[in-house]
Design a protein around this ligand. Sequence first.
Ligand SMILES: [Zn+2]
Length: 141
Amino acid sequence: MARSITLHPEHGVNPTLGICFWCRGETGEIGLLGMNRGKEAKRHTILNYEPCPKCVSQWEQGVVFVECHESAQFDGHAPIARDRYPSGRYMVLDRAAVPRVVQPEQMANDVLRAGKAYIEPRAFNLLMEWMPEEDSDADRD
Ligand SMILES: [Zn+2]
């Protein structure tokens, strides 16, 4: 990340309000985009993949499964981990359910230890079908 901001000639530090990638709620962060390819900053911008406090409290209810593609899906789509590009969809599973959906046991233990897993869209869709409707924390749209 650059250590200085190139000011926009008209909009200066060109501020934007950070929003959570996961729930689109405001995070309280302020981004200073500066030159921003010559454009005025949007009022709201996703600045990073850090879940906001509201999402963190939801994620802490169990183990979070994050749907990720293996390649960028749009211009500027940053990876959350090596070759993992989050779609924005996630679900929180009760820890007791993890050994039933993640095999072998060693991998289930790794997922439980990490508290999260990045999974491909096909596996994510299978999990969605498997989840009882009323327990689904899969969100958005
Ligand atoms: Zn959030």
